[in-house]
Design a protein around this ligand. Structure first.
Ligand code: FES
Length: 94
């Protein structure tokens, strides 16, 4: 069984857990957390963009139209394409 990590949403004072082989958005939705905006669930719309403030993660394929290389460097990810590799602190910037 894959490890499960804590995901803290720093600006919403909420947290949930996410398995290493699941993405941050679907696990949030499964646990009734509506803090992250839901869109295509496929890395193409950018609605679920969040910033990782701390922790390690694996980012899957994303459209460069909605997540630029500069944003990636600054820690932005698409939650529907991100799997945790440690506990994470994320921020949802509207
Ligand atoms: S929900 Fe569309 S990019 Fe994540």
């Amino acid at each position: 069984m894959k490890p499960r990590y804590r995901v803290m949403v720093s600006d919403q004072q909420t947290e949930y857990t996410c398995r290493q082989d699941e993405n941050l958005l679907s696990e949030a939705l499964n646990q009734g957390i509506r803090a992250i905006k839901r869109g295509c669930l496929g890395g193409g719309c950018g609605f679920c963009k969040v910033r990782v403030e701390s922790g390690r993660y694996e980012l899957g394929k994303c459209s460069v139209k909605v997540l630029t290389p500069e944003e990636k460097e600054r820690g932005y990810v698409l939650a529907c394409r991100t799997k945790p590799l440690s506990d994470l602190m994320i921020r949802i910037e509207k």
